[in-house]
Design a protein around this ligand. Structure first.
Ligand SMILES: *Cc1c(COP(=O)(O)O)cnc(C)c1O
Length: 404
């Protein structure tokens, strides 16, 4: 009772003080360990959200906290007018796993998208001296909440109230190559897409589509930008989702799991593009690539290699797929599609999934939606089959109670 009062009073305080931009679930999280989270009352939850694809290595991964503590005792920030060793190491490791050539660190995914767009615009400007270039983005995409990233987000509801740069953005349909081609004009400078759409509902770009878009970009001299903020960093069983098909972008945005909890993002360019794009004075950031965030990236990439995370996802992803397929078969009257790749999957329902998520939370399982009717599964990448069984057991009970 006293514990519930404490949690409720924290929630009441939050509702007084925080800007109401989220309808939060009524729990106050306190700490985590491995695949599990604990609220301020000590209640344990199996986590299938990982802070929206952030905690790829789970909570308290081996050596991670110590690496951050050691960096705190050295220096947190230097400014980008000077070099710092963690950022140098982080960039080198990130190049190695991505096959890209040049790295710019940011503080978030949205900022990585902003930088990627600027890189494409600058390259186009260097060609024709004009600053009126257009971007083709996909319907149902999500790229972030800043004005630039919002402008290329293919969900009108998010953009509606804001003065986004609509006259410079054209939307096409993922996996419909003709729809992309028909949006190309003599002003187009880039095509932007998520290889697996996250917020938009777990739709996966096909190999055929990606190859056709790559060829179109080559033919017309356009930048291909991949937003790997959610589908990157091992999530689909490859360090980056595009690597499965070998369709390489000119620019790639990355964040979320990159820091495994420390806010950090990056955009990466090929050398070919870097040579004709952003140069001193064109772009900057105060905090981006600071030694603290970079130390996190270094440790994360070391642990990814040591734990062979992409290989692990390739092994456990199909098990999650099989188990969710079984649930879909059992509740086929209400679940009609299963989407995604690796440890980024979704079940499409005939009704809003919020009651299922609430019920799961009561029973100690954290899940999230992607749009009103899609239940999204985005667990830490250290997931084992036993966790899948535990999750499916709880979810089955919830579905029984909610769907009848
Ligand atoms: C989360 C997300 C972003 C935005 O990242 P922030 O760190 O919230 O700014 C951009 N693109 C995709 C695909 C995302 O999932």
């Amino acid at each position: 009772m006293a514990e519930n009062t404490k949690m409720q009073s924290l929630i009441d305080q939050a509702e007084q003080d925080l800007l109401h931009t989220y309808n939060r679930y009524p729990i106050v999280l306190d700490h985590g360990d491995g695949m599990y989270l604990y609220d301020v009352n000590g209640k344990k939850y199996l986590d299938f959200v990982s802070g929206i694809g952030v905690f790829g290595l789970g909570y308290n991964p081996e050596g991670y906290n110590d690496a951050l503590k050691a960096q705190i005792d050295k220096i947190l920030h230097t400014s980008n007018y000077y070099y710092n060793e963690p950022a140098i190491k982080a960039a080198h490791l990130l190049k190695k796993v991505s096959g890209m050539d040049r790295v710019f660190f940011t503080n978030s995914g949205a900022e990585a998208i902003e930088g990627a767009i600027k890189a494409a615009q600058k390259a186009a400007y260097n060609k024709d001296g004009k600053n009126d270039h257009e971007i083709i983005a996909m319907e149902h995409s999500f790229h972030g909440r800043t004005i630039g990233a919002l402008s290329v987000t293919g969900n009108a509801h998010y953009r509606e109230a804001f003065a986004t740069i609509d006259d410079k953005v054209r939307f096409a349909t993922l996996n419909d190559f003709e729809s992309v081609k028909s949006q190309v004009t003599d002003k187009t400078c880039a095509i932007l897409l998520e290889v697996v759409q996250g917020e938009g509902g777990l739709t996966t770009a096909t190999e055929e589509f990606l190859k056709a878009v790559r060829a179109l970009c080559d033919e017309k001299g356009l930048c291909l930008i991949f937003d790997e903020v959610q589908c990157g960093m091992g999530r689909t069983g490859y360090m980056f989702a595009w690597q499965k098909f070998g369709v390489k972008p000119d620019v790639m945005a990355c964040a979320k799991t990159l820091g495994c909890g420390v806010p950090v993002g990056a955009f990466l360019l090929t050398e070919e593009l870097a040579k004709v794009s952003l140069c001193p004075g064109d772009h900057g950031t105060t905090y981006g690539g600071n030694p603290f965030a970079a130390a996190a990236v270094v440790k994360v990439l070391e642990l990814f290699e040591k734990k062979k995370i992409p290989e692990h996802v390739q092994a456990v992803g199909p098990y999650l797929w099989k188990k969710l397929d079984e649930l879909m078969a059992k509740y086929s009257a209400h679940i009609f599609e299963h989407r995604g790749r690796g440890l980024m999957q979704g079940l499409v329902f005939d009704q809003p999934v919020a009651p299922i998520i609430k019920k799961a939370m009561d029973k100690g399982l954290i899940l999230i939606n992607a749009g009103a009717n899609i239940l999204r599964f985005l667990p830490p990448l250290i997931l084992e089959e036993a966790h899948v069984d535990e999750m499916c057991g709880i979810l089955d009970e919830c579905l029984k109670e909610v769907l009848g």
